[in-house]
Design a protein around this ligand. Sequence first.
Ligand SMILES: [Zn+2]
Length: 128
Amino acid sequence: MKNYPETLLEKRKRNCANPECGIEFFPKNNKAIYHCPECKSRANYLRQQEEYAEEFMWFKDFLHNRRVLATLYEGGTRIVTDETLMAFKFKWQVGRLPEWIKDKGIVIPYGKYLICALNATQYQIIKL
Ligand SMILES: [Zn+2]
């Protein structure tokens, strides 16, 4: 670093804009607001998570449901009940499925796993 007078250096000193960091640093250029690339991507991730909270939740639930179906299927289960799905905290809202169509044989995809309503309380898990 060049030999700036201390006051100038102090002037350039700023806090990292990553809300989880906030460390004091001397930016290499005037536009830098993050103290390292990891803080930049973390802050971007946090901002997007806030901005797209609903989509993040949807995707989290989707991944959870896919894991549940994979676990059940790979464990040999093909027919499941509402109770079993509830025990695994299966999130029906992912399929945007109103109660009244659950018994209409609707098939909902979760990646390569499908869940098909057999009746109001039983479902079949299918792997593509
Ligand atoms: Zn930082």
